[in-house]
Design a protein around this ligand. Structure first.
Ligand code: GLN
Length: 204
């Protein structure tokens, strides 16, 4: 089956996600209006500026479309995308979508990780961790998370990649570093069955 993954093109770093999808052989499509959701089988909410993204989601009336889409299709958010997917955020200018049961703090890593590459420990499965070097740009910190949320990667003991059902949120930017593992795990092989298997892999 040929699938097409949408990349939200309201603002921010959507271009590299299109390139990454192309690299792994998946069609991509720039999502701008509600009717675009009919054309896609998964969605990426890229990084950018969450205060702006939040306003634009309202301006373009895309909130409901995303919430509906999230009921049956995979969605991945990076950085500001993760902030938008969260349940709660420490900045009242940002109205999150509440898709992932996480509480985040914007720009929480401060200057050390302002546009730097850091070592992320990614749990490939229960038995095996791998090290990835990926880019953090004024990254959000995941301060708390609910029972349904599985931590699949950490940076200095902080969760930086969280997975729940068909949703994945990343505090960093694998698309900048050419790391395709997350795009593949979300979109290469998606199905209810796959998510169940993925959950089994990670559940402690
Ligand atoms: N600091 C930005 C925000 O809070 C996110 C930065 C990013 O997406 N790289 O929206």
């Amino acid at each position: 089956m040929v699938i097409t993954i949408g990349v939200l093109e309201l603002q921010g770093g959507f271009d590299l996600h299109h390139k990454m999808l192309k690299k792994i052989g998946i069609n991509s499509f720039g999502v701008k209006v509600e009717t675009d959701f009919k054309k896609i089988d998964g969605l990426i909410i890229p990084g950018g500026e969450s205060t702006t993204l939040s306003l634009l989601l309202d301006t373009f009336k895309l909130r409901n479309a995303i919430l509906e889409f999230a009921k049956s299709y995979p969605i991945m958010g990076t950085c500001a995308g993760l902030i938008m997917m969260s349940k709660s955020i420490d900045d009242e200018r940002v109205k999150p979508l509440g898709l992932l049961d996480i509480i985040v703090k914007r720009n929480a890593y401060g200057r050390q990780v302002m546009s730097s590459q850091e070592k992320v420990i990614f749990a490939l499965n229960k038995e095996r961790n791998i090290e990835l070097f990926s880019t953090f740009i004024r990254a959000p910190r995941i301060k708390d998370y609910g029972n349904d949320v599985i931590i699949i990667a950490k940076f200095k003991d902080y969760p930086v990649a969280v997975f729940s059902r068909n949703l994945l949120g990343l505090a960093f930017h694998p698309e900048i570093d050419g790391i395709d593992i997350f795009h593949r795990m979300m979109f290469d092989n998606y199905s209810e069955f796959y998510y169940k298997k993925l959950k089994e892999n990670y559940a402690a």
